[in-house]
Design a protein around this ligand. Structure first.
Ligand SMILES: N[C@@H](CCC(=O)N[C@@H](CS)C(=O)NCC(=O)O)C(=O)O
Length: 241
């Protein structure tokens, strides 16, 4: 269930805040709600895994979606120094860093293993994805960006994906870690869905077919209720183009 309010600013841009809550949500009192701020996308980016966890945990939250224009303006005013996402807890404390927030939300949702070795396996997958995505090169010109991205895909990104595939093969179970979805899978999906939807500039959407184990886990994540229930609540799916 999602109720939206839209604040349209004088310059025509709009901040959309949606109160997201699953049917077992607990936060009837608005002051007990978390506030999650990211860009205006549900699927993709660093926000999806976190929102899936909060939804799974049954925690209502205000989903504040900024336009790039609003974000740019806020940055100029000194806000969001570490970028988005950010999570404000009901006690007013504000936290950044997507994977730290994902780990926190994953604990609330029961999607972060309690067993120390399983948690380690989960963290390793997450950190490989984090490095892979953090090191994606840009470029001063479109041509330079294309060249840098193609080179990255053929070298470092290939090595990181080899490692993800090795971890999946080493960890027992059908998902990245174990037999049910964890935050390792939600972190992995940040990468795989970006590639498979063709949203990773200058990398072919079939790139991952060289790693069948990664593709197999992606297919499980793509149809897992943890992901599809949240996306369904905001009218979206995990379908591929
Ligand atoms: N380490 C941070 C990185 C955050 C980050 O770079 N977010 C991007 C969007 S996915 C962003 O806001 N970029 C614009 C900026 O930092 O000004 C995290 O994991 O949350």
């Amino acid at each position: 269930m999602a109720e939206s309010s839209k604040v349209v600013h004088a310059n025509g841009s709009a901040t959309v805040t949606t109160t997201v809550s699953s049917n077992h949500a607990t936060a009837a009192d608005p002051s007990s709600k978390m506030e999650f701020t990211y860009f205006a996308i549900n699927r993709g980016g660093r926000g999806l895994g976190i929102k899936c966890c909060l939804f799974k945990a049954g925690l209502a939250f205000d989903d504040v979606q900024l336009t790039f224009e609003e974000f740019g303006k806020a940055k100029k005013e000194g806000k969001y120094a570490c970028g988005l996402p950010q999570l404000k807890l009901p006690n007013g404390k504000v936290f950044t860093q997507s994977f730290a927030i994902l780990r926190y939300a994953g604990k609330l949702a029961g999607l972060y293993p309690e067993d120390p070795e399983q948690a380690l396996a989960c963290d390793v997958v997450m950190d490989v994805v984090f490095d892979l995505m953090a090191k994606v090169p840009g470029g001063d010109t479109p041509d330079a960006k294309k060249k840098a991205r193609e080179e990255y895909a053929a070298t470092k990104m290939k090595n990181y994906t080899d490692e993800l595939s090795r971890l999946i093969d080493t960890n027992p179970g059908t998902f990245a870690v174990g037999n049910s979805i964890t935050i390792a899978d939600l972190a992995l999906f940040f990468y795989t869905d970006c590639i498979m939807t063709g949203n990773f500039d200058h990398v072919d959407k079939g790139y991952l077919s060289a790693w069948p184990s990664v593709v197999a886990v992606d297919a499980l994540i793509r149809k897992d209720p943890v992901v599809t229930n949240f996306l369904g609540s905001v009218g979206e799916t995990t379908d591929l183009p």
